[in-house]
Design a protein around this ligand. Structure first.
Ligand SMILES: Cc1cc2nc3c(=O)[nH]c(=O)nc-3n(C[C@H](O)[C@H](O)[C@H](O)COP(=O)(O)OP(=O)(O)OC[C@H]3O[C@@H](n4cnc5c(N)ncnc54)[C@H](O)[C@@H]3O)c2cc1C
Length: 401
């Protein structure tokens, strides 16, 4: 009998943290945020801090989208290496994006502190290592690019990786000082609770039935027949943005994660670091604040819920096997395994800002392995746009770029 849960770990760990009503009245407001995951909660936090009359709706329970499935590694490192991003958008822009992600981890830490969230936010180092000998020259090129950008990085040899982390099949590594991890599900709930006390209104199980664009903004009709008039609409609807945006702007994949039983606290060499490698798809690993190993990867190039979930058992075994090869001394026993949808963009950058087909509307869509850091950056970009200002990074996040 297989007693491993297929629910994401965070849902089981946290249970039902808060429940919100569905919308049962008509509203006339400044800002309507659609999507109550970590992105919507960060955007709502920003809007409330800037005194906008703000409402957030979600079609599900709060934070039950990707935010419940994420492994929440907070990385300044974008899925596209710095040297490759430089070839795509130029040196200054690529470095500016890496630095923005770098700073966003500390900004997120400040928000966590400010709202007094016990979401396990923890600063960590980040290790990007070569999964194959043939990847070492590429890694060296990336190291040189990061050094040139002034990012605090250290080169580790195969021997050093073995000694420091007991890693096998790791042929060289870039160790970065900046990184972190958290429980994004708990944070999203905490941020919304904090802001509800400051005037934010949150409605879950509330779906948009129809939408009109007026000269004063948008007029939304919900599935229960209520109307929301808002000057601006901000979509923080994650991968489900592909339901409404008809462009080919993101490639959706299925991805898998497993979390083990709690480990001996003495394994400090694993707890203080985020790990990811150069394999394609890459393997990533971190520990949780209750000392479990969380490992993810094994992406599949399709989006089909049933097909994706039917592979969970197989993927769990493969991830365990890969972990054993990487950390042969480590006795891993899986507690939970689950699957989720993941998005990849051509340049690893998010989509933030206006879309020509949607008047009075902004999108805040962070994709890839550092979707969360882009959510932090995006809330700042949109806050600027709401005031009629620009943001230096906005051109790199445009649709149809
Ligand atoms: C297994 C896995 C591992 C990951 N690992 C990492 C990682 O280590 N680091 C990292 O930074 N990122 C990671 N990601 C990506 C990260 O999870 C996402 O970037 C992040 O959770 C996106 O949050 P979000 O709030 O934008 O989207 P979601 O959490 O999906 O929230 C969107 C919300 O919008 C709602 N919604 C959608 N459409 C509508 C509508 N029409 N009306 C009302 N509501 C609507 C949904 O119900 C949902 O609650 C991972 C993702 C997965 C699946």
């Amino acid at each position: 009998m297989d007693l491993t849960s297929n629910e994401p770990f965070w849902l089981v760990k946290n249970g039902l943290l808060e429940s919100y009503p569905s919308l049962a009245e008509d509203l006339d407001i400044d800002i309507l945020i659609v999507g109550g995951g970590i992105t919507g909660s960060l955007m709502a936090h920003k809007c409330i801090s800037e005194d906008y009359n703000t409402v957030l709706i979600d079609r599900r329970e709060i934070a039950n989208g990707s935010t419940s499935a994420t492994t929440s590694m907070l990385q300044y490192e974008i899925d596209v290496p710095l040297f490759e991003l430089t070839e795509m958008i130029g040196k200054d822009a690529a470095e500016a994006n890496y630095w923005a992600c770098y700073d966003s981890i500390d900004e997120l830490g400040s928000i966590v502190k400010h709202i007094k969230s016990d979401c396990g936010f923890d600063k960590k180092e980040s290790l990007y290592f070569a999964a194959y000998k043939k990847d070492v020259p590429m890694l060296q090129k990336e190291f040189d690019a990061r050094k040139e950008a002034g990012l605090p990085v250290k080169w580790l040899t195969e021997e050093q990786l073995q000694k420091k982390y007991h890693l096998k099949d790791a042929y060289a590594g870039i160790l970065s000082q900046q990184g972190g991890s958290m429980d994004a599900f708990k944070f999203a709930h905490d941020a919304l609770q904090y802001n509800c006390k400051k005037g934010l209104k949150v409605f879950d199980k509330t779906e948009i039935a129809s939408m009109d664009y007026t000269k004063n903004g948008v007029k939304v009709k919900t599935d229960y027949g209520n109307t929301i008039k808002a000057k601006k609409l901000i979509y923080c609807n994650g991968f489900e943005s592909t339901e409404i945006i008809k462009d080919d702007f993101v490639k959706l994949l299925s991805t898998y994660a497993i979390v083990g039983e709690r480990i001996d606290k003495k394994q400090k060499h694993l707890c203080d670091t985020l790990f990811w490698n150069t394999a394609d798809p890459y393997l990533y690993m971190r520990t949780t604040d209750d000392h479990r190993i969380l490992i993810g990867g094994e992406d599949e190039d399709f989006v089909d819920d049933d097909k994706r979930d039917s592979l969970i058992c197989k993927k769990e075994k493969t991830l365990q096997k890969k972990l054993k090869r990487l950390l042969p001394e480590y006795e891993f026993r899986a507690d939970f395994a689950w699957a989720g949808t993941f998005g990849e963009t051509k340049d690893g950058l998010p989509y933030i800002g206006e879309h020509p087909d949607f008047p009075s509307t902004y999108f805040l869509l962070g994709f890839g392995g550092n979707g969360i850091t882009f959510s932090v950056i995006g809330a700042n970009v949109i806050a600027n746009l709401l005031k009629g200002n620009t943001h230096p990074l906005e051109p790199y996040y445009k649709f149809r770029r």
